[in-house]
Design a protein around this ligand. Structure first.
Ligand code: GLU
Length: 310
């Protein structure tokens, strides 16, 4: 299979480059609305240590909600399973920024990958510190995972979301009323918006996701998380990684994945590959249109789709 991987990645990138329908870039964060929708990148880091790339795989983009996977990993390291007293682990069936469920469910978000859940995770990661401490920690974590100290925050994107993130402010304040956000809302959102504004390329993101392909091991040696935790994070990505389109993504692609409104998707094939794909145009559910198509095609052609035997 690995012998063919270069050809498959090259083909998929060429197919996506030529696609007519590309979705539309997120516009509710003004800075993201400026991104050129014609771009497409793909990177596959394999369990045997190769990185195969296609298209704009070295162009940085806003990882947005993909950061929720890394933030969750850090928060589980701090408080362990107590995290699940404050955040559920069920698919939401609602949009990424929905507020309706929160009232019925007394301020406990459905899962850590919708915005409300990620805001609680950020509250845990703050742990009484200033936002810059929590932001520094997540950046250092990504440097360690990807083996790349150049990963940084795009301050213009962070400022743009800070100025326009009214829904997230509402979510955070609402959960504060239930005591499920415990720090000052401005501090929590400051950390959350900066975490979402981290910029990475497909190559960097595929490298950062390797611990989830390797059952929690760091490819350079040592352990990032236990095998059980890595498997659970993958299970959450499969069931909750694409908001109200999570079921459709699992059906079409059959691989755990987490999307972001910057147009990126990180996907993990346990024991085989850590994949990052990026194309800024989104479909109606807020997930990368071509990114999803590319993963569907890649999974089909590699045989990685949906619970295939080794
Ligand atoms: N920063 C974005 C927000 O909170 C993340 C959403 C996403 O990537 O899906 O609206």
């Amino acid at each position: 299979m690995t012998a063919d991987l270069e050809a498959i990645v090259t083909d998929v990138a060429a197919m996506m480059r030529g696609a007519q329908e590309r979705g539309s870039v997120a516009s509710y964060i003004p800075e993201l609305a400026k991104v050129d929708a014609s771009q497409f990148g793909l990177a596959v880091a394999t369990a045997d240590g190769r990185v195969v790339t296609g298209g704009d795989a070295d162009t940085g983009f806003s990882i947005q909600s993909i950061s929720k996977v890394f933030a969750l990993t850090l928060a589980l390291g701090k408080v362990g399973d107590q995290l699940w007293d404050r955040v559920g682990r069920e698919p939401s069936g609602t949009a990424f920024n929905s507020i309706v469920q929160l009232e019925h469910e007394h301020g406990i978000p459905r899962n850590p990958f919708i915005n409300a859940g990620a805001i609680v995770v950020t509250d845990i990661n703050l742990g009484g510190h200033q936002p810059r401490v929590a932001i520094g920690e997540i950046l250092r974590f990504l440097h360690y995972l990807a083996g790349d100290d150049d990963i940084a925050i795009n301050e213009a994107v962070a400022a743009s979301e800070t100025a326009s993130g009214f829904r997230n402010m509402a979510l955070a304040n609402y959960m504060r009323a239930f005591d499920n956000v415990r720090h000052d809302v401005d501090l929590v959102l400051g950390a959350y918006f900066h975490q979402c504004a981290i910029e990475m390329s497909c190559r960097q993101l595929a490298l950062a996701g390797r611990y989830l392909m390797l059952d929690g091991r760091h490819p350079g040696g040592g352990r990032v998380v236990s095998p059980r935790r890595a498997r659970r994070i993958n299970a959450l990505m499969l069931t909750c990684g694409h908001y109200d389109a999570s079921g459709d993504f699992a059906f079409r692609v059959g691989i755990p994945g987490k999307s972001g409104v910057g147009g990126g998707i990180m996907a993990v094939v346990p024991g085989r590959a850590s994949i990052a794909v990026w194309s800024p145009g989104l479909n109606a559910s807020g997930n990368s249109h071509l990114g999803t198509l590319a993963l569907e095609e890649l999974a089909r052609r590699t045989g990685w789709a949906g619970f295939s035997p080794p």
